[in-house]
Design a protein around this ligand. Sequence first.
Ligand code: CA
Length: 226
Amino acid sequence: MEHLVKILIVEDEPKTGDYLRKGLREAGFVVELAQNGIDGLHLALEGDHDLAIFDVMLPGINGWQLLDTVRRAGKTFPVLFLTARDQVEDRIKGLGLGADDYLVKPFSFAELLARVRTVLRRGRPAQEMTTLQFADLELDLIKRRVTRHGQRIGLTAKEFGLLELLLRRQGEVLPRSLIASQVWDVNFDSDTNVIEVAVRRLRAKIDDGHDRKLINTVRGMGYVIE
Ligand code: CA
């Protein structure tokens, strides 16, 4: 028997909430819906959800606070944010707090469903995953060890954090501002040189001497492992 996947939705717009609940139930999920942040928090803390969908602008507790509180309480289920605000800072803020994905309203249900499935796929093995891999590059999260083609590569703590982020989000172009907030815990507004230098050093350690270059720069956008 397939495990029933439980999804918590916290959305204050009744129409959107009902629409999501109905659609996700039809797609075979068990769905709980809360219409404000307080009820959402209670459900999140009591339940054993596999995934949550939080609207950002909520009465009571907003989506960011909700996520923050839930994470502090030790809940690790993946969280997908819904928001009408499509600013980059919001995306970074959400991802910095440990959101797993972000969907800007208005969105189609098909798009939401695709994101839900991706996050669930990504989320489940991640709980047991102790190594991250791309091509012949391997990062062992427990032993804090990196190898390429079986050869050990010594990294600083920041380089390790940077590589871990790139590997976790492999195939995605990560902007410098995101890397700064995730790996350095700060926002570099003017001086993004720090990131460039770190990436250059990391790339030298990972890619020098190999024909296939794994860490790539996308000009004006950021960095990607692919
Ligand atoms: Ca709202």
